[in-house]
Design a protein around this ligand. Structure first.
Ligand code: MG
Ligand code: MG
Length: 253
């Protein structure tokens, strides 16, 4: 069942969203060659805790860290690691959730470390563009399939593919709620978009095949062909006054 949020609940969700967005900014500002993914996670963790919030991912399904940090051909759910040193030329996906006043925020960015390939730069840009194409479909009366179709069209026209196995989702008192929000779909199909819906739209776009697999650690998801993948996510609310991007902060990247 889709849990619709009233205006007071959406107001409260703005705080969780802002903390989530700011934690990502803290990660971006700290990110440089030579640091470990463990250190990057600690920056996210400490920022969220400093705000009086709780890292949504820490302990979720047994996940051992506050941020998912996934590099290059890792798509999502990378586990921060003291032995994983970030290098010049990497693209780093940082996915963060903060729980505050009873609600979660969920947001992700892909960050280029120093000079990256032209292909990587284009992938990051197309992934971001595909999010905003999906977002433009969020209006009362449209359907979930309109969002996915718009995301997928942007990825395909760039010659890239969208991950099918992992999808966006409702967000609220629980990190993952109904409905699923796939990054592909048929216009006019799926649940109807209604005021009070809060969803995470999160394109995961691959340079090569859409196919992915999970590592033996039970978390990290990689592209089947080991080509690059990028991720861009915000938690957004549909209200009777339009769309509110809860996790987008002033300095987007
Ligand atoms: Mg996320
Ligand atoms: Mg999410």
């Amino acid at each position: 069942m889709i849990e619709l949020k009233n205006s007071l609940q959406i107001e409260a969700m703005k705080d969780a969203g802002r903390i989530t967005g700011e934690a990502l900014l803290a990660a971006r500002d700290f990110l440089r060659p030579g640091i470990t993914t463990y250190e990057l996670d600690k920056v996210v963790h400490d920022y969220i805790v400093k705000c009086g919030a709780k890292p949504s991912f820490l302990g979720y399904g047994g996940f051992p860290a506050s941020a998912c940090i996934s590099i290059n051909d890792e798509v999502i759910h990378g586990i921060p690691d003291k032995n994983h040193v970030i290098k010049e030329g990497d693209i780093v996906k940082v996915d963060v959730g903060a729980y505050y006043k009873g609600f979660h925020g969920d947001s992700a960015r892909t960050i280029a470390v120093g000079k990256v390939s032209d292909e990587a730069t284009r992938l990051i840009q197309v992934t971001r563009d595909s999010f905003f194409a999906g977002l433009a479909q969020v209006k009362e009366g449209n359907r979930i399939g309109d969002i996915g179709a718009a995301v997928d069209a942007v990825a395909r026209s760039a010659g890239f593919s969208t991950v099918k196995k992992y999808v966006g989702h409702g967000v609220g008192a629980n990190l993952h709620e109904a409905p699923d929000v796939p990054n592909f779909g048929t216009p006019g199909r799926g649940p109807r978009l209604t005021a009070g819906m809060v969803i995470a739209i999160e394109p995961m776009i691959n340079v090569g095949t859409f196919e992915v697999y999970e590592l033996a650690n039970g978390w990290t998801v990689k592209t089947r062909d080991h080509k690059l993948s990028a991720h861009y996510e915000n938690t957004i609310a549909l209200t009777s006054n339009g769309v509110v991007n809860l996790t987008l902060i002033e300095e987007d990247f």
